[in-house]
Design a protein around this ligand. Structure first.
Ligand SMILES: Cc1cc2nc3c(=O)[nH]c(=O)nc-3n(C[C@H](O)[C@H](O)[C@H](O)COP(=O)(O)O)c2cc1C
Length: 254
């Protein structure tokens, strides 16, 4: 069996979870990075002999649109797939259901789903440091349970995952990072932006219409020259404090 680790992880939290889960399986592994704007995703065709893990973050309780448009190019051909939604301790709402519906239509066979809490990539005071040790232990236990099911062939025919259809309206608060003078125009952010919203000729220029507020440019800037407006951040943090503060649990659906 071959394993394909498919992920959209602008700031690395989702990849951490995908790495941890895939690391529990002893299969030859290929990585597919859904944030690579240079990749031709229509070339990825899987088979019944394959196992895929797909991990995406919750953006307003939905699959990030930029990830979804690339996911829709994949061809399942009966490949088994484990769905993973990461979220910053508020909610993942319709992410797993949207993944399940879409991937089933694309010919994948959804065998398990995991919701995993990861540090909030905009408001780092929520779920700080997660996945932590306790999360890691839980994710390893979840993976063992999935492995057992795979070994004994007791795969659920129609996997239950929470969520509502019609899905929530896709509404992400626009928080376009600002660029400060510290920017040395190295261009790393422009190369790594999942939606090509930053000019490669002049990284000070951002296409606000294209930006998905994923925070990758903020996370990877070697000079810490990019950040979101402090006042907006404070206002959103206050609004979300109640919903995000209490520690949420990781979940496994089999
Ligand atoms: C635009 C945007 C929207 C988000 N919406 C939610 C949300 O609805 N609920 C939640 O709990 N976390 C939300 N988060 C936090 C991310 O889901 C979480 O931090 C995730 O781990 C980010 O993945 P990454 O580190 O792979 O980029 C959001 C983050 C961003 C950037």
């Amino acid at each position: 069996m071959k394993l394909f680790k498919i992920y959209f992880s602008p700031t690395g939290g989702t990849k951490k979870v995908a790495d941890l889960i895939s690391g529990q399986f002893d299969f030859e592994t290929t990585e597919i990075d859904l944030s690579n704007s240079m990749e031709d995703f229509s070339k990825f065709t899987f088979s019944e002999k394959d196992l895929c893990i797909i991990a995406v973050p919750s953006f307003g309780g939905r699959v990030p649109m930029a990830a979804m448009s690339n996911i829709k190019k994949l061809k399942g051909n009966g490949s088994k797939i484990i769905l993973v939604a990461t979220y910053g301790n508020r909610a993942y709402e319709d992410v797993l259901l949207e993944l399940k519906d879409t991937l089933t239509t694309l010919g994948f066979f959804c065998i398990a789903a995991i919701a995993s809490v990861t540090e909030h990539s905009i408001m780092h005071q929520f779920a700080t440091g997660r996945p932590d040790l306790q999360d890691k232990e839980e994710l390893i236990r979840f993976s063992s349970e999935i492995k057992e099911v795979l070994k004994h062939g007791e795969v659920t025919k129609d996997l239950y995952v929470p969520g509502n259809n019609p899905y929530k309206e896709y509404k992400v608060i626009p928080l376009v990072p600002q660029v400060r003078q510290e920017c040395e125009k190295c261009g790393l952010c422009a190369t790594k932006c999942p939606v090509d919203a930053i000019s490669k000729d002049n990284p000070m220029l951002v296409d606000k219409e294209k930006c998905i507020s994923c925070m990758r440019c903020v996370a990877i800037c070697p000079n810490k020259a990019r950040s979101v407006n402090e006042e907006s951040l404070l206002a959103i943090s206050k609004k979300l404090e109640k919903a995000c503060s209490e520690r949420k649990m990781n979940e496994l659906f089999l």
